[in-house]
Unconditional design. Sequence first.
Length: 129
Amino acid sequence: MSIRHARPATALCIGPEALVAGGSDQKLIIYEKKAGKVKQIFDYSKTGNRHLDMTWAAMSTAGNAFITASSNKLKVYLLNSRTKKWEEGKEKPCPQIFNPTCFALRRDGSYLTVGTCAGSCEMFELVYK
């Protein structure tokens, strides 16, 4: 199977059922993992906010949540178990992580660690509701 994303993907993660790709086009596209078809699109290009370029993404092991990082913020997306659609969760402003350089999610999805170009390492506890 081959998936062709419209622009170079800078935020990429994969879970049991989905592959998530986002980048400088300010679109976050969720593909079906097996078929490679577009399942859902979050289009932020119409907002006029250039700080929505996704630079990193990580998905929980269970595949029910993923997190994206962009300039100064983290954003959580949650899978609605009834509708099987992804929903936007909370957005966390993080001025200390202007440009994330690496991103790691603990296996159980309870902690996220973000490395920055300033040399700091930030750890966040995640609570899904």
